[in-house]
Design a protein around this ligand. Structure first.
Ligand SMILES: [Zn+2]
Length: 144
């Protein structure tokens, strides 16, 4: 059963929730009105401090949800269109390649990012492949 999660407010929902048309891209979040929901094959429980970053097939940032600013100091507009590994100075980019190449999730990756202020921060990063035709991926960053 597919699960959906709002990249902005992290509200989880399942297909049985009554979504019509079953097109994740067309479905807005009922909670916060965000423009799309991200499909997950298995349920996922983000931590309160987790922030989501959604990227296109080239790993460029499409959207950054709530919590990302608190974690990284970057606003949505600072990140949009940038290579996510570059923008956040991810200390390990290999999970991105694995997710893009194999379409599998990579959870619990321990790595560091660099905040806008230039500070290193330890995070746990979870990577999810997108299942729509456009491809892409989503990062869930949680402070450690
Ligand atoms: Zn939402």
């Amino acid at each position: 059963m597919p699960f959906f999660i709002c990249p902005n407010c992290k509200r989880r929902s399942v297909d049985l929730d009554g979504y019509e048309g079953f097109s994740a891209q067309a479905v807005q979040c009922r909670e916060c009105g965000f423009g799309f929901l991200f499909e997950l094959l298995e349920d996922y429980y983000p931590a309160p401090g987790t922030g989501f970053v959604v990227c296109d097939a080239a790993a460029r940032v499409l959207a950054a949800g709530r919590g990302v600013f608190e974690l990284t100091g970057f606003r949505d507009s600072d990140l949009l269109g940038r290579d996510v590994a570059d923008a956040l100075a991810l200390s390990d980019t290999s999970p991105i390649d694995v997710v893009r190449e194999w379409g599998v999730r990579k959870l619990g990756q321990q790595m560091a990012i660099r905040t806008k202020a230039g500070r290193e921060k330890s995070v746990t990063a979870d990577f999810f492949p997108a299942y729509d035709d456009d491809g892409g991926l989503m990062l869930a960053l949680t402070p450690r």
